[in-house]
Design a protein around this ligand. Structure first.
Ligand SMILES: CC(C)(COP(=O)(O)OP(=O)(O)OC[C@H]1O[C@@H](n2cnc3c(N)ncnc32)[C@H](O)[C@@H]1OP(=O)(O)O)[C@@H](O)C(=O)NCCC(=O)NCCS
Length: 160
């Protein structure tokens, strides 16, 4: 893992950062996921990551963290109050250097959740598996989006 240097600062997002957060998500979505969605799925997803819509969800109780590099958002994570991961995205120029894992851990610890769920895009399921999630059922299609339900729970270490 190529750790980011200088390190990314992970904080709660402010309202003025959501436009830049939308940009980084749309860039990462376009590169990695969009081709696997049909037109309806892409429209549904883009509405879900509209800056005003994200800000409204966070204002109404979703927990979010943004990764900042010199004040620039380079990663974003958002979870529902019940511990369901709604979004996890890292800017295409900063992926595979540990930031996704840091964001996931930051929101999990901030939320105090001992388990978390996600509806993963099938093309991203292997990354969630690397983060410790396990599939809990078959693929589901809703509003043009195919997802795999997955669960994260702490690894139980056998008593010595
Ligand atoms: C998914 C995403 C948030 C992960 O962020 P990241 O900073 O690249 O991830 P990390 O570097 O922290 O890696 C986390 C784990 O996933 C693995 N991983 C990350 N990208 C991977 C890839 N492309 N292929 C295989 N494994 C990958 C890493 O090896 C790491 O596991 P390890 O610590 O056991 O080595 C980021 O790649 C992204 O935004 N992707 C596009 C959007 C997406 O798929 N979002 C999630 C679904 S909505």
């Amino acid at each position: 893992m190529n750790v980011l240097d200088p390190p990314v600062r992970i904080v709660a997002p402010t309202a003025s950062q959501f436009a830049a957060i939308e940009c980084l998500i749309v860039g990462a979505f376009s590169k990695s996921i969009a081709d696997s969605y049909d037109d309806e799925g892409q429209t549904t997803f883009l509405a879900h990551v509209d800056a005003k819509v994200m800000a409204a969800r966070v204002a109404s109780g979703h927990l979010a963290r943004v990764g900042l590099l010199g004040g620039r958002p380079v990663g974003y994570v958002e979870a529902r109050p019940d511990g369901h991961l709604a979004l996890l995205f890292v800017d295409v120029g900063f992926q595979t250097r540990g930031l996704g894992r840091q964001l996931f851990e930051a929101v999990r610890i901030a939320g105090g959740w001992h388990w978390m769920t996600v509806d993963a895009a099938p093309v991203s399921a292997h990354i969630y598996a690397a983060l410790g999630f396990k599939a809990t059922g078959p693929e589901v299609i809703s509003q043009g989006i195919t997802t795999v339900p997955m669960l994260w729970a702490p690894v139980e270490t056998p008593a010595a």
